[in-house]
Design a protein around this ligand. Structure first.
Ligand SMILES: N[C@@H](CCC(=O)N[C@@H](CS)C(=O)NCC(=O)O)C(=O)O
Length: 214
């Protein structure tokens, strides 16, 4: 199977990126520079009309949406243990991922792109402030969710959840949220960063947790 991952450093594409590393699946990384608006180039829109990363191209066919990529990878790489085998535990794990994908994630979109939500400078500042406040509450909730992480969210193996949780904490820094306000979450993220599949993805994307400029 031929795989290509369209990703942008530090974006949510980190989630499938880490999972591909966990599965030891050979893939070609394809860099998309969001700050240069490459996601809106006609060739890219042909792959993903939403103009977003990630896109996983499987034997020439583009698959978009993190949750769809999760479903594909879990079935394609059963040996990677990306989700629990037990039906109830798996459903819970999918519920947690769906929550990250539909709740904190689009809140961050509001502080990353406030110009999409308000015309005036003042309006944009308000959008950003409100989104950051909301996001802080979601980080608290994630901190509660990872309370039993031993050592990772789902147990012994790194999965989508760890990559998403790391990404959300890292994004918080851009919204002025100091990760030190969440000591258990920060310690967990640092542990996750040491895991070889995560370390490999971090190195490829050249990112760290260090986004907060207090
Ligand atoms: N629902 C989509 C969300 C993807 C998304 O929000 N991607 C962001 C990066 S984290 C993006 O590409 N943003 C570029 C833009 O909005 O211009 C998914 O699950 O894949």
């Amino acid at each position: 199977m031929n795989l290509q991952l369209y990703f942008s450093p530090g974006a949510c594409s980190f989630v499938p990126h880490v999972a591909l590393e966990v599965a030891k699946a050979p893939f070609e990384p394809k860099l998309v520079k969001l700050h240069k608006k490459e996601q809106f180039a006609p060739e890219y829109l042909a792959l993903n009309p939403s103009g977003q990363v990630p896109v996983l191209v499987i034997d020439g066919k583009p698959l978009t949406q993190i949750m769809a990529i999760v479903g594909f990878m879990v079935r394609e790489f059963p040996q990677a243990g990306l989700l629990p085998a037990d039906p109830w535990a798996r459903a819970q794990a999918v519920s947690q991922l769906s929550w990250m994908n539909t709740t904190p994630h689009p809140t961050a979109t509001r502080f990353f792109y406030p110009e999409r939500y308000a015309e005036s400078e003042g309006g944009r500042a308000e959008v950003k402030k409100r989104a950051a406040e909301e996001f802080r509450g979601y980080l608290e909730r994630v901190q509660g969710m990872i309370a039993g992480a031993a050592p990772y969210w789902l147990g012994e193996r790194i999965s989508f959840h760890d990559a998403y949780a790391f990404t959300l904490l890292r994004w918080g820094g851009f919204a002025g949220i100091d990760p030190r306000a969440f000591p258990a979450y920060k310690a967990y993220a640092e542990r996750v960063m040491q895991a070889p599949p995560v370390a490999a993805a971090l190195a490829r994307e050249r990112i760290s947790l260090d986004t907060y400029k207090g």
